[in-house]
Design a protein around this ligand. Structure first.
Ligand SMILES: [Zn+2]
Length: 337
């Protein structure tokens, strides 16, 4: 049984893209003693290696889960104390409206809208953050132009092994990587690099730098994918609670057919609950790994996430357990190519 208290801690850490210090500290603490080597690179990625058994058939596998989360940055403070912001990553204005944000220094604000939220049409420029101050001078005591803010979304248990919190994208991926890493005893043929990347939400930048260092034979993104179960969701067949999603479609990368086939086989062989996942928008760190170092074969493991990029996304703990099993067994396979 995975340690879901850790998922809770990871989800609650503050870490807007480019400002991942808090989340990085938790991960470094957790993986200490479980790896052969670990370092933080120049732009903040954690690159941890667990060596295999030295088999000649072994490959170099890079798994990438991103540490950063979406948020906003302050661009202006109005004379009446309201804070105007721009988005960091793809934020959904309706999901932020009338909810709280937390600035890096801990200051809390509530999101309002100039006019009707339905007319904001996902334009962050229509929003403002209210920290309770009514003049520019007063606001500037707590928040300055250039500061970043992220979601507050607390962690709650729902029915049927589901949980809700902010930032399961991609702290749930980080969680699955950490738990799989702890289970890796080094007896498999492959050298496995567990990469916790920065700045995915602003264009998969961390994974680009990490792939250049690792030079993997195989790249696997470990991320979330949108749920499609309810009518309010995007169209497709992903459903929270129906198993870990083996990614078959990712708009940002063409996934290697042999790797995908091996992943489906792996689920069947080890009786891991899984679903066939196609996402028709967004992207993952697979894109960065794919085009690195003269081209790298990539695949994706994804946790289905309902209400993604909101303050209260929903995942299934059973799906996460299946994801940990899949990462474990897949990284211990012998790949023939
Ligand atoms: Zn993500």
């Amino acid at each position: 049984m995975a340690n879901f208290e850790l998922l809770k801690e990871l989800s609650q850490a503050w870490g807007v893209a480019g400002r991942e210090k808090n989340i990085r500290a938790i991960i470094l603490r957790e993986i200490e003693g479980y790896v052969d080597s670990v370092y933080t690179d120049n732009i903040g990625n954690i690159i941890a290696l667990k060596k295999g058994n030295g088999s000649a058939e072994g490959k170099k596998i890079m798994l990438s889960a991103h540490m950063d989360e979406i948020g906003v940055q302050v661009k202006k403070i109005e004379s009446d104390g309201r804070i105007k912001v721009c988005s960091v990553g793809w934020v959904w204005t309706a999901a932020m409206y009338n909810d709280r944000l937390r600035f890096q220094n801990g200051t809390i604000g509530v999101v309002g809208c100039e006019g009707n939220i339905e007319e904001a049409k996902n334009d962050c420029g229509k929003l403002y953050v209210d920290i309770g101050c009514t003049s520019k001078e007063e606001t500037e005591k707590y928040v300055k132009v250039g500061d970043y803010a992220g979601f507050c979304g607390e962690y709650y248990e729902l029915q049927n092994d589901k949980v809700s919190a902010k930032t399961f994208d991609d702290r749930a991926g980080c969680f699955m990587l950490i738990e799989a890493l702890k289970r890796n005893n080094g007896e498999g043929p492959n050298d496995v690099y567990y990469v916790f990347s920065v700045q995915e939400e602003v264009g998969c930048r961390g994974a680009t730098a990490a792939a250049a260092q690792v030079k993997p034979d195989i790249g696997i993104s470990v991320d979330v994918t949108p749920d499609h179960f309810y009518p309010c969701d995007l169209e497709g067949c992903n459903a929270v609670g129906e198993g870990i999603s083996v990614t078959l479609g990712d708009p940002s990368a063409m996934l290697d057919e042999d790797l995908v086939e091996a992943m489906l086989d792996c689920c069947e062989e080890h009786h891991i609950p899984y679903q066939r996942g196609v996402m028709d928008r967004g992207g993952t760190d697979a894109s960065s790994m794919n085009l690195s170092n003269q081209g790298v074969r990539v695949a994706g493991i994804a946790l289905v996430d309902r209400y993604p990029h909101s303050q209260c996304s929903v995942i299934s703990k059973k799906d996460a357990e299946a994801g940990i099993d899949l990462i474990h067994h897949y990284t211990h396979r012998t790949f023939q190519f």
